[in-house]
Design a protein. Structure first.
Length: 128
């Protein structure tokens, strides 16, 4: 049965780990269901996505992705398509926030002091 699963995989890496995960999942789930889900996954948008498609078969099994709503596998995502693009977006967002703070005359120290104040208030409420 594992060979059928492996043949359905688009990304063939970590075969030993995938075999171990497959055997473990087959103790509680139907092997045919797992294989059929991998066949669908391999043709989906997620499997071709530069980030989502990086899942190793063992990770896919361990996260029980075969139980996912398969319709979402075919949705398109307008977000960043690589880890580097996500990092650039996060950096751009941080600079945007810093720029707005500067324009409003708010310093990082002000933000830090406010966070400390809110944490203290939350702790006091928990103790009451």
């Amino acid at each position: 049965m594992f060979d059928q699963f492996w043949n359905a995989c688009k990304r063939k890496v970590g075969k030993a780990a995938a075999r171990k995960a497959f055997d473990r999942q087959c103790k509680t789930h139907d092997a045919e269901t797992i294989i059929e889900a991998m066949e669908v996954w391999s043709t989906s948008n997620h499997a071709s996505h530069p980030v989502l498609g990086r899942l190793h078969p063992s990770t896919w099994l361990n996260q029980e992705r075969f139980l996912d709503d398969q319709s979402i596998w075919f949705e398109t995502d307008d977000g960043p398509t690589t880890f580097a693009a996500q990092k650039r977006k996060n950096t751009d967002d941080a600079f945007s926030i810093a720029r707005r703070m500067h324009e409003q005359g708010i310093s990082a120290d002000d933000v830090y002091r406010e966070q400390i104040k809110q944490e203290r208030q939350a702790n006091e409420r928990r103790l009451d």
